[in-house]
Design a protein around this ligand. Structure first.
Ligand code: MTE
Ligand code: MO
Length: 359
């Protein structure tokens, strides 16, 4: 069993597939912390987790004038300044289950939690490429940087923590779909050509709702890179019961947009979208007011938001809805059918949960 050496996982995770391991945290845990604890950070693996030996680990950088540069982990850590960013990672298939309700799609049936937020640290790709001979001349001919993970060939025996997320070296491409954030990075190739990988060419692309598996031409669409504006409700969960005597309801969730665009507002409705109120946002740890905005185009981290509102007097049921707006005034589409696609990616319609009010 190639999966027998996979790491242990937190029992609270909702498992979508065991081998390879794919799992997401319960939504209400997700909005408990601005930085998602590694143990419950969503896990998306296409293959067994490779056993990477830290002592013999090598990163190869190819396609630059100086020939191949090979770096050990020690060299990566000592030759380059450590850069730290807080960035949200979201799978292209986050919220795919809502597309499945419209019409069957192909892929793991993710709920709303194939998204998490972390502080990442390490060498900047820029610094590594410059050390490997990158120059403005190269930029004239090579528009692509390809990343290869080590999870195709199994080597070594010892590995560190947290193995599910790419230890010891991962490419972090903030604002860009999870799939490009290659884990267990083994090779970087600067190239005139786009990566020929299956996941770059024949998967992770968006299509019209009218395109089916008989007519789809993967060559006709660009690979997903930046993700669209997204938000979802983590608390309460769909089907929850609220007691009339509590008089109020607190709604919580997350919001994020791709390409470093900053979420500037989240609107919440308790009546299916007829009336709206603006949620309070927090962009850092619990209780803290939102910090200053990051520089334009560099809002990599999600915002957690919250609204507490009186229970509407007449209602027996609430249809809670959220939608976010980013600083380009991109907004989420209101329903799923117009954005449905056969692969179930880019699912970002207004998120809706139904809650029953018990008298
Ligand atoms: N990198 C490697 N080497 N192997 C993988 O299977 N999965 C990708 C990406 N990088 C993957 C990978 C996908 S589709 C996503 S959404 C993210 O990693 C998930 O990262 P996480 O498991 O740290 O949440
Ligand atoms: Mo993904």
């Amino acid at each position: 069993d190639p999966y027998s050496t996979d790491p242990e996982r937190h029992p609270a995770l909702h498992i979508n597939s065991l081998k390879p391991f794919n799992a997401e945290p319960p939504p209400e845990l997700l909005s408990d912390s601005f930085i998602t604890p590694s143990a419950i950070f969503f896990k998306r693996n296409h293959l067994p987790v490779p056993q990477v030996d830290v002592a013999s680990y090598q990163l190869h950088i190819e396609g630059l004038p100086g020939g191949v540069l090979t770096l050990s982990l020690e060299e990566l850590k000592t030759r380059f300044p450590k850069h730290t960013i807080t960035a949200t990672l979201q799978c292209a298939g986050n919220r795919r289950s809502e597309m499945n309700k419209v019409k069957q799609v192909k892929g793991l049936n993710w709920g709303i939690a194939a998204i998490s937020n972390a502080t990442w640290g390490g060498a900047r790709l820029r610094d590594v490429l410059l050390a490997a001979g990158y120059s403005p001349d190269v930029a004239q001919r090579a528009f692509h940087v390809q990343f290869e993970g080590l999870d195709k060939d199994v080597t070594g025996t010892t590995y560190g923590y947290p193995p599910d997320h790419g230890y010891p070296v991962r490419a972090v491409v903030p604002g860009t779909v999870g799939a490009r954030n290659v884990k267990w990075l083994g090779k970087i190739i600067v190239s005139a050509e786009e990566s020929s990988s299956h996941w770059q060419q024949n998967d992770y692309k968006g299509f019209s709702p009218g395109t089916d598996w008989d007519t789809v031409d993967f060559k006709s669409a660009p690979a997903i890179q930046e993700l669209p504006i997204q938000s979802a409700i983590t608390v309460p969960t769909d089907g929850a019961v609220v007691d009339r005597s509590s008089e109020e309801v607190t709604v919580k969730g997350y919001a994020w947009s791709g390409g470093g665009r900053e979420v500037v507002r989240v609107d919440v409705s308790l009546d299916g979208g007829k009336t709206w109120q603006v949620a309070q946002m927090r962009s850092s740890e619990k209780g803290q007011a939102p910090g200053p905005s990051p520089p334009p185009g560099r809002a990599w981290a999600w915002k957690l938001w919250e609204v507490t509102a009186p229970l509407p007097a007449e209602a027996q049921e609430l249809e809670i809805v959220c939608k976010a707006v980013d600083n380009s005034y991109n907004m989420q589409p209101d329903t799923v059918p117009p954005i449905w696609n056969l692969r179930g990616v880019l699912s970002n319609a207004w998120h809706r949960v139904k809650v029953e009010i018990r008298e």
